[in-house]
Design a protein around this ligand. Structure first.
Ligand code: 13P
Ligand code: SF4
Length: 324
């Protein structure tokens, strides 16, 4: 069934004002795939971390309003130092990005001199500045594969994404930081078994941050590959692409529930079932229509990164954008 966000008159008035303000300010509104439906509907672009970074890098707009979490707005500020980057709520953080701080990274690097540092995009600007490469779930595999075999790799901060990349690439000299996202880490493999048993005709879309992914893959191998054909590991944008290009009509979705809005909107004839309705990121949900309106009308909250940090972080991010 198609997803139509119906709005009352007051909400429609607010949407119209947001569009008007955005036009007046020559702004672009970027929204992550986990944002609440109304924010996705009002945004100029909706996408994953990689896609939104690419949009930020090429926009002609003077102001970027980032409806997502803080590290995403910081990435936009690093890529666009001459533009004004706003986030509607400064408290929109990320438990994964908070799982490593700069002192911990510097100590880890000192233990492995000469290692190549690959940081997932869910990190602070200071961490990015100390990294050789940034990656997203959409290109982590390609980035690790592009690093010469004999170089040690420090992969951070997501242990589940890291162990999946290690499994697929067979890389032995890769050290993985034990960080996790509280939303994705909570998915247990038994939950997947249960859901797939209920819906044997469905394909399974799993985000690589999910705690269940590697145990599930191990189980698939133990079952002689049974279940392999329906399993698709993808970033949020990868899921959108897979769902629309596949002839399959039903999907079990193991990631944050915000993505269901776009999946359903763009594929009204298909069925999308969340692995758990509780997979909701409270940080992503902090951005509301009212806060987006305030952001544009009161010019808050600006996200900036000191140029000394930004210039180093930019190199790692630009490598991420060029490999996809
Ligand atoms: P994507 O890059 O796949 O959109 O994921 C971002 C994120 O925060 C996942 O929790
Ligand atoms: Fe961070 Fe997890 Fe929320 Fe993504 S879902 S923004 S990784 S806390």
């Amino acid at each position: 069934m198609a997803t139509v966000t119906t709005v009352d008159n007051q909400t429609q008035k607010m949407i119209d004002e947001i569009k008007e303000l955005s036009k007046k300010r020559n702004a672009v509104i970027l929204a992550h795939n986990y944002q609440i439906p109304i924010i996705q509907d009002v945004a100029d672009f909706v996408g994953d971390s990689l896609g939104l970074s690419q949009q930020a890098a090429k926009t002609d707009a003077e102001t970027i309003v980032f409806c997502g979490v803080h590290f995403m707005a910081e990435t936009a500020a690093i890529l666009c130092p001459t533009k004004r980057v706003l986030i509607p709520d400064l408290e929109a953080g990320c438990s994964l990005a908070a799982s490593i701080d700069i002192d911990q990274l510097l100590a880890w690097k000192a233990e492995h001199p000469g290692a190549v540092v690959v940081s997932y995009v869910n990190t602070t600007a200071a961490i990015k500045a100390e990294s050789d490469y940034c990656c997203t779930s959409g290109n982590a595999l390609k980035i690790v594969q592009s690093i010469p075999e004999d170089r040690e790799i420090l992969f951070l901060p997501d242990m589940f994404l890291g162990s999946w990349v290690q499994k697929v690439t067979g890389r032995k000299n890769m050290h993985i930081w034990m960080g996790e996202c509280h939303v994705h880490a909570a998915v247990h493999p038994s939950k997947i078994d249960e859901k797939m048993k209920e819906h044997p005709d469905a394909d399974l879309l799993i985000h690589p941050e999910c705690g269940c992914l590697t145990p599930y893959l191990d189980r698939v191998v133990r079952n002689g590959g049974n279940g392999k054909d329906v399993l698709k590991v993808a970033s949020t944008e990868g899921m959108i692409n897979l769902a629309s290009s596949s002839p399959t009509k039903k999907f079990v979705v193991a990631t944050e529930i915000g993505i269901l809005h776009r999946l359903r909107k763009e594929n009204p004839e298909k069925e999308f079932l969340p692995i758990s309705a509780e997979m909701s990121c409270q940080f992503m949900k902090m951005i509301t229509l009212e806060k987006l309106h305030r952001s544009l009308s009161q010019d808050v909250y600006q996200v900036t990164v000191p140029e000394e940090t930004a210039s180093r972080a930019r190199i790692a991010i630009e490598r991420m954008i060029s490999i996809f």
